[in-house]
Design a protein around this ligand. Structure first.
Ligand SMILES: Nc1nnc(SCC(=O)Nc2ccc(S(N)(=O)=O)cc2)s1
Ligand SMILES: [Zn+2]
Length: 258
């Protein structure tokens, strides 16, 4: 692994980072028959305040919808989590074509896209930046997107995407309830993993919903119109922004359902 120790002691993060190439990297393939039903897993409780929505930002990897995480107005609790976690942002990963695009796979099947709702443990850690460094610091809900019916709730987001076509552009987006993007079926898998983009820290409790949401072709195409590149640079379409599958190593994926 080409990870330089110097980066691990980057001034931004005083203590050494867990070096990627570690033991709990993400994403992974979820082999349904190898997942273990855990009857002690609680239902995940989601309560988002739509007015905590701030803006949409093209950060050159994906587009992020960011939230005001200065209070506990948008939180999740229960599921595999010991504490409540605050919503900070959500974003997507997708492919150039519908055959692939998700980060996680189920029985080696890719979905055309995957939604990540990123939360942090503000009960235990004073800032997001510190939570990113800790094994129980983050909780990310993963939702698979499949090709199907038009998704009304997603459309309000899709309509705003032309305003963030280029890297490092931001557009105000001030009322949105991400609950509309989460399937009604309560079933999920959960495992201990990592961020899937730098700093790749092993700080994520992953909660992957079993049921996908349906979006239509035009909505997926709208994601593919975004650019990795800044205004004025040679255009590179923002597609295939998913990390390769990582080894499961010594981990068990638990399911909340039989
Ligand atoms: N000092 C620091 N500021 N910010 C960071 S990490 C920023 C961040 O939210 N990164 C992030 C990367 C990947 C994912 S993902 N794809 O959900 O695993 C979620 C979140 S460390
Ligand atoms: Zn992600």
């Amino acid at each position: 692994c080409s990870y330089r120790l110097r980066d691990a002691l980057h001034p931004l993060w005083q203590s050494p980072l867990t070096i990627p190439g570690g033991t709990r990297q993400s994403p992974i393939n979820i082999q349904w028959r190898d997942s273990v039903y855990d009857p002690f897993l609680k239902p995940l409780k989601i309560s988002y305040d739509p007015t905590t929505c701030l803006h949409i930002w093209n950060n050159g990897y994906s587009f992020l919808v960011e939230f005001d995480d200065s209070t506990d107005r948008s939180i999740i609790v229960g599921g595999p989590l010991e504490n409540q976690y605050r919503l900070k942002q959500f974003h997507f990963h997708w492919g150039a074509i519908n055959e692939w695009g998700s980060e996680h796979t189920v029985d080696s099947k890719f979905y055309p896209a995957e939604l990540h709702l990123v939360h942090w443990n503000a009960v235990v850690y004073p800032t997001f930046e510190e939570a990113v460094m800790e094994g129980n610091g983050l909780a990310v809900i993963g939702v698979f997107l499949k090709l199907g019916a038009h998704h009304e709730g997603l459309q309000t987001l899709v309509d705003a995407l032309p305003a963030v076509k280029h890297k490092d552009t931001v557009v105000e987006f001030d009322v949105f309830d991400p609950s509309c993007l989460i399937p009604s079926c309560p079933d999920y898998w959960t495992y201990a993993g990592s961020l899937t983009t730098p700093p790749l820290t092993e700080s994520v409790t992953w909660i992957i919903k079993k049921q996908p949401i349906e979006v239509d072709e035009n909505q997926l195409e709208a994601f593919r119109m975004l650019l990795f590149t800044s205004d004025g640079e040679e255009e590179k379409r923002m597609v295939d922004n998913f990390r390769p599958l990582q080894p499961l190593m010594n981990r068990t994926v638990r399911s909340s359902f039989q």
